[in-house]
Design a protein around this ligand. Structure first.
Ligand code: KG4
Ligand code: ZN
Length: 340
């Protein structure tokens, strides 16, 4: 099946053409990062307007790069939530319009379903597997038995890992979004230099908490302002990144033991982080699990990843009704509520 995928949940307008949920013919991502950077974070109203401006050019570019006419598209997969409502509405309305005009089905999928299955675009990943999703809005551990069959094992009780990276970067005076910048500076820093907490690391649960780490960063900078660029700033970045990775590794190890998982998927924007990629590689070796982390271009928000669950649903005759609405919050155990 030849699918058009559309993603507009936050600050990336993305479209892709994917064959059979596997073969990526094109993947176009138009980022709004520079627009929002001056405000230090995503401004929802501006995000919606930017999506409205870019959605048609991005879709046309995806069709052009795939060398596929719109008339050849057999179905559409689109992010229905969670995310910014106004941003989601642009993608969903566009998907509905194309579906109606071309007489093809569309299906609304969960943004995190996309992240979870991104590795499927590059390699064969047998079910079941354990998944750690680390993004700007999520830090979740899932047991995945198949498409649409997810059990939440653990989640953040406050900030997500990406949020912690971005907020800590902001405290340090680094430009939004600071995750990648902290990663780059951490490479030249000493991860043992600054003592930072590892929240909930030994609490016996599979939940995460990162807001205390952000407070510790604030206190650290209030006591000892760092100059950027400089060795002290690099040390603080490395120490912060190590603290986040230590918690993610400890909880993922516990989840692997608890579920006897043989495979581990690590996905979402924070899966780009070089320290986390190294830590997860070591963890998988220690636990004897196969590790699947997408290429960095597939870790961040993109539309191609939505084609994996989208293709599965449409091939199984599951599509969404024209009345489907977006949702800003949506639990993964309720993904089936989008079907007609
Ligand atoms: O998955 P994603 O693109 O969007 C959401 O669904 O949220 O994730 C974005 C998050 C941001 O918080 C960003 O700072 C973080 O991923 N991120 C990183 C890195 N690259 C992106 N965090 C740490 N290290 C990186 N290299
Ligand atoms: Zn995302």
């Amino acid at each position: 099946m030849l699918l058009l995928a559309i993603e507009t949940s936050c600050d990336e307008t993305a479209a892709a053409v994917v064959r059979d949920g596997r073969e990526v013919l094109s993947s176009v991502v138009s980022s709004q990062v520079t627009t929002h950077a001056v405000y230090g974070g995503v401004v929802p109203e501006i995000a919606s307007r930017k999506h409205l401006e870019m959605i048609t050019p991005v879709i046309l570019q995806a069709l052009l790069e795939a060398d596929v006419p719109l008339s050849a598209i057999e179905g559409i997969t689109v992010t229905r939530g969670p995310g910014l409502s106004g941003a989601l509405l642009v993608g969903l309305s566009t998907a509905k319009a194309i579906s109606l005009a071309c007489g093809i089905p569309f299906v609304g999928v969960h943004h995190i379903e996309g992240h979870l299955f991104a590795p499927f675009l590059e390699q064969v990943v047998p079910f079941p597997f354990l998944a750690l999703v680390v993004s700007g809005g999520h830090t979740h551990l899932y047991h995945v038995e198949g498409v649409g069959r997810y059990t939440t094992l653990g989640r953040t009780v406050d900030d997500a890992a990406g949020e912690a990276f971005d907020k800590s970067a902001k405290i340090m005076g680094l430009e939004y979004p600071g995750g990648a910048r902290i990663d780059a500076m951490a490479r030249d820093g000493n991860a043992q230099a600054v003592k930072l907490p590892r929240p909930l690391i030994n609490d016996g649960s599979l939940n995460f908490s990162f807001s205390g780490l952000k407070t510790a960063m604030m206190q650290q900078i209030a006591r000892n302002p760092v100059l950027i660029p400089g060795r002290q700033a690099n040390d603080l970045c490395a120490s912060f990144q190590q603290a986040v990775c230590d918690v993610l590794v400890a909880k993922t190890t516990a989840a692997i033991r608890q579920t006897s998982a043989k495979r581990l998927v690590v996905a979402g924007g924070v899966a780009c982080n070089s320290g986390l990629r190294e830590s997860m590689t070591r963890l998988a070796l220690t636990c004897g699990a196969d590790l699947h982390i997408p290429h960095p271009t597939l870790c961040g928000d993109n539309a191609a990843m939505l084609a994996v669950p989208g293709d599965y649903y449409l091939e199984h005759g599951l599509s969404s009704p024209a009345t489907l609405d977006v949702t800003a919050t949506w639990e993964m155990d309720r993904v089936s509520e989008v079907f007609r």
